[in-house]
Design a protein around this ligand. Structure first.
Ligand SMILES: [Zn+2]
Length: 322
């Protein structure tokens, strides 16, 4: 059943091998020869004086039904069928991003991390970074858009050593959400199993964790946008160098079809589903009207492109891979 899968997904997200209940459709393919080598990847481009690298952590799946919770079954099933989306499995890629300002290297989100049986095709961030010639030790700052396991998981195995010279920046609200004394009461039930992992990351990293407010700059040219809804403290980033601007969305716009076509379709994984839908539409409007280059965390790799406004929704225009 779907509910069982949802709960098992979150449990597996925390306990990994301890919880065997979640049977990802890809698990049977775990011995698939060469898949890790075949799926490493990075994509680089210039943004003004900055250099940006989209780095592939891999891909994982969620139950399709969790992506449209406020829609009649007939309507969403017809949509899924028309868009070649499997009824039981919704794929999400994991596009972390390195922004090199010439002075500092910033990594945005850390993927799922290796060795998760619920996501056997994920956890390739460090190898993909190496492929791009980027040592993990050269990262100065890790920005977390939020603390779901597919964004913070890359810090889980060895938080202090994974990016040994980096400070960890996230919103003040997100830090309080997951690290405050009443954290469990503020999270949806499905998210609470992730608390011990996130809290261990923060306790291990100590004063390397640096909360920031919406509207503040991570550093010159990289501004924090408050995009709450997916989580209470979710942030996106607006990166600007010279005349060029890049919007790093995180998860308010979590896929290239439903989120664009039907921004009001609610998502189970948004802590506040109504606010999540409003934030999604507002961010899409801004990206389209300001003609921003956009990086989407869960879009087909490399997840770089533009947003076009249409009559009711929006359309994703991926960039050329050059
Ligand atoms: Zn995500």
């Amino acid at each position: 059943m779907l509910v069982t899968n949802r709960r098992a997904f979150m449990k597996a997200a925390i306990a990994g091998p301890v919880v065997a209940a979640f049977k990802n459709p890809h698990t049977a393919l775990a011995a698939d020869p060469g898949m890790t080598k075949a799926s490493l990847g990075y994509y680089q481009f210039a943004l003004g004086e900055f250099h940006v690298t989209a780095v592939c952590d891999g891909v994982f799946s969620l139950p399709t039904d969790s992506i449209a919770t406020n829609v009649e079954a007939d309507e969403k099933e017809a949509y899924f069928d028309a868009h070649y989306i499997a009824p039981d499995e919704f794929k999400l890629q994991l596009n972390t991003l390195v922004v090199d300002t010439g002075q500092k290297r910033i990594l945005v989100d850390t993927g799922i991390g290796p060795g998760k049986d619920w996501a056997p095709r994920a956890g390739r961030l460090v190898k993909s970074l190496e492929g791009a010639g980027i040592e993990a030790s050269s990262i100065d700052t890790v920005v977390l858009t939020h603390c779901h396991p597919d964004h913070v998981g890359g810090l889980e195995a060895d938080p202090a050593k994974q990016f040994p010279n980096a400070n960890i920046v996230l919103s003040e609200t997100e830090l309080d959400l997951w690290n405050g004394p009443d954290a469990a009461s503020k999270l949806p039930e499905w998210a609470t199993p992730n608390l011990p992992v996130v809290q261990k990351v923060f306790s291990t990293l100590g004063d390397r964790v640096q909360p920031i407010k919406g509207g503040a700059d991570v550093m010159t040219g990289i501004t924090v946008l408050d995009t709450a809804g997916h989580t209470q403290g979710h942030i996106s980033l607006l990166v600007a160098s010279g005349r060029e601007q890049l919007l790093i969305t995180g998860d308010p716009i979590a896929n290239i079809h439903i989120a664009f076509d039907k921004p009001e379709w609610q998502i189970m994984w948004d802590h506040d589903r109504e606010k999540g839908a409003k934030t999604r539409r507002a961010l899409l409007e801004r990206a389209a009207s300001d003609r921003l280059l956009v990086c989407g965390y869960h879009y087909p790799f490399p997840g770089v492109g533009h947003v076009v406004k249409e009559e009711k929704g929006f359309r994703w225009l991926p960039t050329d891979w050059v």
